[in-house]
Design a protein around this ligand. Structure first.
Ligand code: SRM
Ligand code: SF4
Length: 562
């Protein structure tokens, strides 16, 4: 294990490092870039900085060729991602979001794998009005992207535990603690005047260099690991004993991104440091895990700069020791807990206070009206009643939440009128356990399709499952358009990872609960080969599995342990 970075690694800072330190508190020349009407793009350094404000410059990849032929600039637009710790918004906020999506973006509301929403296709001139409109709803996009802490996730369903609300509130506290201190967002997007001395307040967490790379924090409330807690840079598991929240187990070093052909990059699950018994200590530990990554992380090679690489370079024990030294206290031995599932609790459920929840399946997290299925309109009608909150899940689904018993019928009627409850009830188990990342046409890193393709592939897999009587098996299938793992394909039971247009590596052997990564089984499969391979695997599974053995465990035993 290499402990220290070499001199050249310390000196050869990546170009993004210079952009951050010279950005004047993440301002750069964003104002100038935004007012330049001759291009839909931002200046190069501002394309990096705008991420810290929750935005990505993108282009319509479906139209690149046409634009090239016409010798036109690519069709640039912006994706805005909101910061919604724990993924909870009010009905009023959903109504506002619906209208903002219609006015400024493609209209589709995309629920992400980190429990928030994104809007795509916003023109440069419309970015400011969009952010301003969100601000009137008390929603912001600060630090939703960039080399800072991202949206903090938390188990979504309040029925998981009577203590859910308490744990859920902690996600917002962590998010607040980790916000950058610069006032740039308010000046650039909301035109707020600031006096000079207040513009760049001291930022002891991020200083002026921010983190070497993005950082993610997730909180799980056992028994559900719906947040996929171990894929986070910092993983928190609520420890509930005798009906009391005793504290949290804390781990660090999760992350799923890798690069095809670069063996130095890999997916990794978080290593557990131990248990802490108070919110105060947990906040301190989270803070110091971040400062260690800030000070020891690799700033020369962005492919190797996530916390997972720092922890493997230093060693888990040394990383933990550094955190303890900075905290002034030690981690206790990790407490026991049990995860029994990671899927969402579809349909109606009631919590301990008698409130009702309807979890609806949103395929690939895309809320839109499509053909006969008017999901977006139906959800607007639900929101307009003011009788349900909206909770996003890390499986890209939506919970209509906190509904009083006397309001349930009104909501149920709207869901039925718009085919929403029916759609969720009818979707197959495989479909309801699927995730696909965005990929084409907006993701600049996509090598293959994902959200536009997985639904039709599942339609072809469903009859194969039925042939072997496996249609009710909760097999977790995930597809990503590249190995970055945004749809968490590296810890699915069936992971399909894009290698080129129409081609995927097939990964198998992940477990159902998200505590084990999968491994590559076959490379560069086209659709026919995927179907043929799955057919043979399902046949084998149906005949030779041991009782209660999941598909992931079966493939691990019969393929990788043979
Ligand atoms: Fe992601 C980059 C979309 C969750 C790992 N991710 C991207 C970008 C921004 C592409 C880019 O850099 O230009 C994608 C924008 C696509 C688009 O058009 O909208 C993108 N990531 C997404 C979302 C929207 C996928 C989805 O369909 O839901 C998810 C947004 C989450 C959010 O709300 O914050 C999303 N990304 C994830 C996850 C899963 C998670 O966090 O639970 C991962 C794996 C976990 C991890 O971080 O390791 C993930 N995204 C990446 C990576 C790989 C990072 C790495 O360590 O190598 C990249 C590429 C990068 O950062 O260079 C990336
Ligand atoms: Fe884009 Fe790859 Fe992430 Fe999919 S996994 S959204 S293709 S970066």
């Amino acid at each position: 294990m290499k402990h220290n970075l070499t001199m050249s690694e310390q000196k050869n800072l990546s170009p993004v490092e210079k952009i951050k330190t010279e950005s004047n508190g993440l301002r750069g020349t964003l104002e100038e870039s935004l007012s330049d009407q001759y291009t839909g793009a931002l200046r190069e350094q501002d394309q990096q900085l705008v991420k810290f404000h929750g935005m990505y410059q993108q282009d319509d990849r479906d139209r690149r060729e046409e634009r090239n032929q016409k010798k036109l600039e690519w069709l640039y637009s912006y994706m805005i991602r909101l910061r919604i710790p724990g993924g909870l918004i009010s009905p009023e906020q959903w109504v506002g979001l619906h209208h903002i999506a219609g006015q400024y973006s493609t209209g589709t509301i995309k629920i992400t794998t980190r429990q928030t929403v994104q809007l795509h296709g916003i023109l440069k001139s419309q970015t400011k009005p969009t952010i301003k409109s969100f601000n009137t709803l008390h929603l912001d996009s600060i630090a939703a992207c960039g080399d800072v802490n991202r949206n903090v996730t938390c188990t979504s369903h309040p029925s998981e535990s009577p203590l859910h609300e308490k744990v859920h509130a902690f996600a917002s506290k962590i998010s607040e603690l980790c916000l950058p201190k610069t006032t740039a967002y308010y000046e650039i997007w909301l035109d707020e005047e600031q006096i000079e001395e207040k513009k760049n307040p001291e930022d002891p967490l991020y200083q002026n260099r921010y983190l070497p790379r993005k950082l993610k924090i997730g909180i799980a409330v056992p028994p559900n690991n719906d947040v996929d807690v171990f894929i986070n840079d910092i993983a928190l598991i609520a420890i509930i004993e005798d009906g009391e929240l005793k504290g949290f187990n804390i781990g660090a070093g999760g992350g799923l991104g890798a690069t095809h052909g670069n063996a130095a990059t890999y997916a990794r699950l978080a290593s557990i440091f131990g248990f802490l018994d108070s919110e105060e200590k947990v906040l301190k530990a989270v803070y110091e895990i971040i400062t260690v990554q800030r000070d020891y992380g690799n700033r020369s090679d962005r492919k190797l700069s996530r916390l997972k690489y720092t922890i493997d370079r230093l060693g888990v024990e040394e990383y933990k020791r550094l955190v303890e030294e900075r905290c002034g206290f030690q981690f206790e031995k990790a407490r026991s807990y049990e995860f029994t599932q990671r899927k969402d609790r579809y349909g109606w459920e009631q919590n301990h206070e008698g409130k009702w929840y309807f979890t609806l399946f949103v395929e690939s997290g895309r809320v839109l009206d499509e053909g006969e299925y008017s999901l977006k309109t139906g959800l607007l009608r639900v929101a307009e009643t003011g009788k349900a909150n909206f909770r996003f899940t890390c499986n890209q689904n939506l919970i209509l939440a906190d509904i009083l018993p006397e309001d349930k019928e009104v909501i149920e009627t709207i869901l039925q009128e718009h085919g929403i409850s029916d759609y969720t009830n009818r979707a197959s188990a495989l479909r309801k356990n699927s995730i696909a990342c965005v990929a084409f046409n907006t993701c600049s890193l996509a090598l293959a399709e994902a959200q536009r393709y997985l639904p039709s592939l599942i339609t072809k897999i469903e009859p194969i499952l039925e042939k072997y009587g496996l249609q009710n098996d909760d097999i977790i299938i995930r597809m990503t358009g590249c190995p970055n793992g945004c749809g968490r394909s590296p810890n699915a039971e069936i992971g399909l990872i894009g290698t080129a247009y129409g081609k995927y590596n097939l990964h198998l052997g992940g477990d159902r609960l998200g505590t084990r990564l999968n491994s590559k089984y076959k490379e560069n499969l086209e659709e026919a080969q995927i179907l043929e391979t799955l057919d043979s695997l399902f046949s084998d599974y149906s005949k030779n599995r041991t009782s209660e053995e999941t598909f992931g465990d079966f493939t691990l035993r019969t393929i990788f342990k043979n």
